[in-house]
Design a protein around this ligand. Sequence first.
Ligand code: NAD
Ligand code: UDP
Length: 329
Amino acid sequence: MVLSKKKRAVVTGGAGFLGSHLCEELLKRDLHVTCVDNLSSGRFENVSHIEKLPEFEFVEHDVIDPLPDLKADYVFNLACPASPGLYQADPLRTAKTAAFGTLNALELARANGAQYLQASTSEIYGDPEIHPQVEGYWGNVSSTGPRACYDEGKRFGEALCFDFRRVYDLEIKVVRIFNTYGPRMQAEDGRVVSNFIVQALQGMPITIYGDGSQTRSFCFVSDLVSAMLAVSDTPSGVLGPFNIGNPEEVTVLELAKIIQQEIGLPENLVFKDKAVDDPRRRRPDISKVRAATGWQPEVPLSQGIAETIAYFRGELARLEVPAITAVAE
Ligand code: NAD
Ligand code: UDP
């Protein structure tokens, strides 16, 4: 085999929603990409269209265990369930993935002298008392509640990154990702955008947890991946953490109405119990990443939602689940 001189990227969690889009963009940039995933919350279909490319390699592996001896110039660590329902279903596994998985991915980067980028999260701010959230805010996180496996796991992950920097001088970059949506979310993933669209397309009422006054700020996946790459491109020594997301903030109730209107349905909502420790509001202050990279999101919510609805229409047809085709009166 002729050894490729291409730069090599390892993407843990590369068969997931965000990871598969990142793998595609890295291939477009002419990198060799090794996707490491245990297919727990991701799926092979997300990368099956790039599987046969000689520059792409899929390694089925659980990052809780040390990674195989892979070559890497870049390590992007995305392996971790991100949907609250999924990460709370097996909290010990989530905590181990966030902690040992990050440690193992950092060790791989260290062994290769690679740049390491950590997919952290807005959840490290918990239920924030500062709004919008700035990177200097230390957060308001319950260490004992059902979200702690993820929130505290991700906080520990950030701590590990900065300690690898201090102890080994590893080139790290940390991004805190805010709610992101788009094609390749899974219909049964449980997050708000996929739930609402799938419910609406099936003519079911949309399930609002609580009174729907809680807010989120939704970023379309192509913008999010551009932000990750923009941060990766910053000079050595620019570490972050950087908030990345779209500051366009809506209530959950508004989101439901936007989706029903886009599909052409009358309002049809059902209110359920509020989720435990659910953050009341969330919006990124993105001035730090904008100043460092010039990046800012391009895709407005209305456009991204329309594209995501089109994607889920296709998914439901593929899965042979009845979806509404006619616009309701
Ligand atoms: P996802 O669940 O679609 O992707 C995660 C991927 O990691 C999946 O393919 C899954 O199979 C894999 N994985 C999970 N545990 C693993 C393990 N132990 N070993 C190997 N692979 C494992 O979620 P996503 O939305 O694509 O999120 C990707 C990353 O971005 C996560 O680290 C998440 O915390 C972070 N993030 C995402 C969002 C968002 O809105 N999508 C927001 C904040 C942070
Ligand atoms: N949510 C909801 N109905 C659903 C799914 C989620 O009302 O079917 C709410 C959830 O309680 C939260 C917000 O939507 O307030 C975002 O939830 P998601 O699980 O997408 O992600 P989070 O931002 O909480 O991690």
